[in-house]
Design a protein around this ligand. Sequence first.
Ligand code: SF4
Length: 319
Amino acid sequence: MEFSSPIKIGISACLAGDKVRFDKGHKRSNFCMDEFANHVEYVRFCPEVAVGLPIPRPTIRQVRVGDTIKVCRPDGSNDVAPQLTEYGKTVALQQAQELSGFVFCAKSPSCGMERVKIYNEEGTGNTSEGIGIFAQQIMKHNPLLPCEENGRLNDMHLRENFVMRVYVFKSWQELNCNSEIGLHELTSFHAKHKYLLMSHNYQAYKDLGRLLADGKSQSLDELKSQYIHGLMKALSKPASRKNQANTLAHLQGYFKNELTSVEKQELCKAIDEYRTGIVPLYVPLTLLKHHLTVHPKDYLEQQVYFDPYPNELRLRFGI
Ligand code: SF4
């Protein structure tokens, strides 16, 4: 998996180990800094420090006042929501354009991606329906950008899904920065992602194929935009075990004339055991990859599905 430039990932600075939290501490993410860091370059952001808050500092939280959300001290003073919004918008429209993903710190009134507490004005109650003011701007202005929170990255399915989306998005960014790309290149990109997309959403796979087949009926820019929005949306939900197993069975069909009956049984067993949760995805995939080495097939060899990200991340051991 070769790219012409490093994969840049935005990250809440405290997750990278920077001591920028209100209590002068950090929330270092082991996965981000010990594993994923070997494959990507991080760009660190601490919005609260960027808008001038000191380290250490009094805690701040989101408070609903009528139709607006303040980000202030528990006594209501020192609202920095406007500054955080402005800073978030600037990052979103400038540095974030070069990013291929973002990892936010959960629950923070500035960085949380979802379920951030919003208190009532009296401070007597709260709901968990807020979004960090900084994170909100990044996501609003970069709807294609794969985003995730540190806590959710402990779930292996969500972790795998985030990393996979980062790699697909980076491939897209590389393709898209080439002004020469046309319908042919777009169709080749789709072909390479066929089985990955199928494992997530079969309907989206068919719909996007149809979109490209009718591609001449609209402008290339419009087509590209519709395509990548459809693709990233379809990939944003982790693939179900059932869809993965169906995709594996589809791939198995390519070898029906070459495998011995013992090999076929072995592969069927591995797919069934994956389908029923006995073995991880890694098991049937390794068998398929082995058969692909012995019986090469150009069309399958180009499929991103087999190696969507570096194997050292060991993500398919856990799903
Ligand atoms: S959660 Fe965001 S604002 Fe808070 S310390 Fe971490 S990077 Fe800074």
